[in-house]
Design a protein around this ligand. Structure first.
Ligand code: 3HC
Length: 288
């Protein structure tokens, strides 16, 4: 059904990015196993995929039925069987290098010798992750944006040892999803997009922490004055406040106090019902 040599895809992580990538790959015709470390996490991710597919079907944006797409998705908790037959593994675990390296070490042991090993990390070093394997030439970055089903761009990142063959196969896979890949040839922290996006997120967070602006003012200014589709706080609530927090911690970057407060209070954005806005008891995003 697809034009690449890839048939079986395994996605490690059922969170925002993991379940979104699983959905996109299944829509494109791939058989996908979505794995997370607990049954509950896998079940939540599966429900989110169902919700999204139903939305797409409602709007006539799906060529098949929801059940046909779901029929290509398997779920798992154990890592070894989840990757045993994979042609491509996409790691979408939390943004901690120690965790990523453990996973890549396991992939080295359990994924087939000819599998492509990709990370959806938003910022961390592909080169360093690849050191956990004996096959760094097969390791590549494949960075999707949230929500994957709606966002067209995917960064394909070379680690220092990534072979052209691996990067090109990753690039072709992204094209087969009907998305637009761009190569990032230098494994710099944040790659291209998040390097550009960093100040968009951090500067208003410092302003709010310093009581120079409110969350609503910052979001309204960027959306209504600058024409961005979402304000910085609204966007981070969508992506998860913890994601950027971990990235900044790993990079040793100063963290705006408002961001730290939210993470410490476990108010991580839409996924916990509350972040910069209150989605459970309040009006959600309300700067309009
Ligand atoms: N699946 C299906 N439908 C979805 C959906 C999903 N995952 N997410 C939202 N929708 C639905 C909504 O429920 C809504 O449906 P409704 O109209 O029935 O209420 C509809 O889509 C929203 O549609 P709109 O026409 O209002 O909005 P658009 O489709 O035009 O745009 C958007 C939505 C693409 C999310 C747009 O707001 C946008 O581009 N936002 C910015 C997103 C962005 O910048 N993402 C990158 C974040 S950075 C990142 O990911 C980096 C990483 O490393 C952390």
């Amino acid at each position: 059904m697809t034009d690449t040599n890839i048939g079986q895809v395994s996605v490690l992580g059922a969170g925002n990015m993991g379940h979104g990538i699983t959905e996109v790959a299944a829509i494109a015709g791939y058989d996908v196993t979505m794995r997370d470390v607990e049954e509950d996490l896998v079940a939540d991710g599966y429900e989110d995929i169902k919700w999204s597919l139903e939305k797409l079907a409602e709007k006539d944006h799906l060529d098949e039925s929801v059940d046909e797409v779901l029929g290509r998705i398997d779920t798992a908790v154990e890592l070894e069987p989840a990757v045993a037959d994979a042609d491509l593994v996409i790691e979408a675990a939390p943004e901690r290098m120690d965790l990523k390296k453990d996973i890549f070490g396991d992939l080295d042991a359990f994924a087939p010798d000819d599998a492509l090993l990709a990370s959806n990390t938003s910022s961390l070093s592909i080169t360093e992750m690849a050191t956990a394997t004996s096959r760094p030439e097969d390791v590549v970055g494949m960075h999707f944006f949230n929500p994957p089903v709606k966002m067209n761009l995917v960064e394909v990142i070379y680690g220092e040892e990534t072979s052209d063959e691996t990067a090109e196969a990753a690039y072709e896979f992204v094209e087969s999803l009907d998305k637009t890949p761009i190569y990032v040839r230098k494994d710099v922290h944040g790659f291209v997009v998040n390097t550009v996006l960093g100040p968009f997120i951090d500067e208003p967070a410092w302003m709010v922490s310093n009581e120079e602006a409110t969350i609503r003012e910052a979001d309204a200014a960027m959306v209504h004055r600058r024409g961005y589709p979402m304000g910085p706080f609204e966007l981070v609530d969508l992506s998860g406040i913890d994601v950027g927090y971990h990235v900044r911690t790993e990079a040793g970057r100063p963290i705006p106090p408002i961001m730290k407060e939210k993470v410490e209070a476990d108010e991580l954005g839409r996924k916990t019902g509350r972040g910069y806005y209150d989605y459970e008891n309040g009006d959600g995003v309300d700067y309009e």
